[in-house]
Design a protein around this ligand. Structure first.
Ligand code: G6P
Length: 372
């Protein structure tokens, strides 16, 4: 009913708008007064976490994209090797797992069969399983050694939005916590990022307040057949997520590429007026990647692409090559997906509406896939 949708036309719009609160709720009570993480609820003893020598993340769909970003955060802040794998592929390749492997299963519903089978397989091999889940008491957390709940609240729209942002928050918490309990050379950075996490809900809010031009842009592209998405580092999974949202909601051909791969194939797809969304890394920090992406934008624009550039506030280098510029707040590099994904959600939702599609219940899809 309209009341359930809180005055919005679709649950998806409501859930997009709820993201600042969902992010804040997922952080609540997990950072103490001294700025350290308190994740006692993760019932895996610190002594065990200190012995972990490999992390494997399994998930499907949007949760898999959160897992791809988690891999970068975990390897950076803990120096533990980490791989992220589609849950549906995982157990069929006879993965190498033992007591020192930490498997992280990410699932909004907690009922996805592929993810459940992956975690069962991992436990049979002696690995510990930590679930990141949004649904209290669902099967995946029940069958795991421990759970870190995301506090997104119920997500009704089939296409995941607020659950994704809270999965990211939970993944950062796990990565930072592992770094904290094991001690790494990044101690100062870990402390700084924990502080920055406290401001991230406000940053998401800022993005939401500036979405009208994105909606306008989406409506202008309603007749297109294809949209491409490019990104690097954490921007690559964001590009994949942007493309997934567009497939799910707008039924358009959409693909995400790692921008460095452009020259190895995808650039052949570039033609006049093709919309290409580019997620630009911060010019600070990893500025090498920033410069490389700016060259990519120049290359595709020279071939006629219509460039839709998502770039940090104050990044002036992209301005000459952006047909459409979407600004996002300055964040630490690894946290950028929390703000960069939001315009892509709004973009897909508006395109779906403009194309006359059912936003909350896309054709052929289910909110939770309980068959393999
Ligand atoms: C389905 C949904 C996706 C979701 C995926 C994983 O395919 O349509 O939106 O990302 O399942 O769901 P889970 O509940 O495990 O996060």
């Amino acid at each position: 009913s309209a009341a359930e949708k809180g005055g919005y036309d679709y649950f998806m719009l409501k859930e997009i708008a709820e993201q600042p609160k969902a992010v804040a709720d997922t952080l609540l009570g997990r950072i103490d007064a001294s700025g350290s993480l308190t994740l006692d609820e993760v019932r895996i003893p610190v002594s065990v976490l200190r012995e972990v020598d490999k992390v494997v993340i399994v998930a499907c769909g949007t949760a898999y994209h959160a897992g791809m970003i988690a891999k970068l955060a975990i390897e950076h802040w803990t120096r533990i090797p980490c791989e992220t794998e589609l849950a549906s592929e995982f157990r069929y390749r006879d993965p190498i797992l033992d007591q020192r492997t930490l498997v992280v299963a990410i699932s909004q519903s907690g009922e996805t069969m592929d993810t459940l089978m992956a975690l069962r397989h991992a436990r049979e091999q002696g690995a510990r399983v930590l679930a990141i889940c949004n649904t209290n008491g669902s099967t995946i957390p029940r069958e795991s050694d421990a759970v870190l709940y995301t506090h997104a609240g119920p997500e009704v729209a089939v296409a995941s939005t607020k659950a994704f942002l809270t999965q990211l928050v939970a993944c950062y918490l796990v990565a930072l916590y592992l770094g904290q309990v094991r001690g790494t050379k990044w101690g100062d950075e870990i402390e700084a990022v924990i502080r920055e996490l406290s401001d991230i809900a406000a940053a998401v809010d800022t993005v939401l307040e500036t979405m009208e031009p994105v909606r306008e842009l989406a409506r202008s592209l309603a007749d297109k057949d294809t949209v491409l998405f490019l990104g690097r580092h954490v921007g690559y999974p964001v590009a994949l997520e942007g493309a997934l949202k567009l497939k799910e909601l707008a039924y358009m051909h959409a693909e995400g590429f790692a921008a460095g791969e452009l020259k190895h194939g995808p650039i052949a797809l570039i033609e006049k007026d093709l919309p290409v969304v580019v997620v630009v890394p911060s010019p600070r920090g990893r500025s090498v990647l920033h410069d490389k992406i700016v060259s990519n934008i120049q290359e595709i624009r020279a071939r006629g692409a219509r460039t839709i550039v998502i770039a940090e506030e104050g990044d002036e280098a992209v301005v000459p090559y952006a047909d459409h510029l979407i600004r996002i707040p300055v964040t630490p590099t690894l946290l950028q997906p929390l703000v960069a994904t939001v315009p892509l959600q709004v973009f897909a939702c508006e395109l779906a509406t403009a194309r006359g599609n059912e936003v909350d219940q896309p054709r052929n899809l289910a909110k939770s896939v309980t068959v393999e």
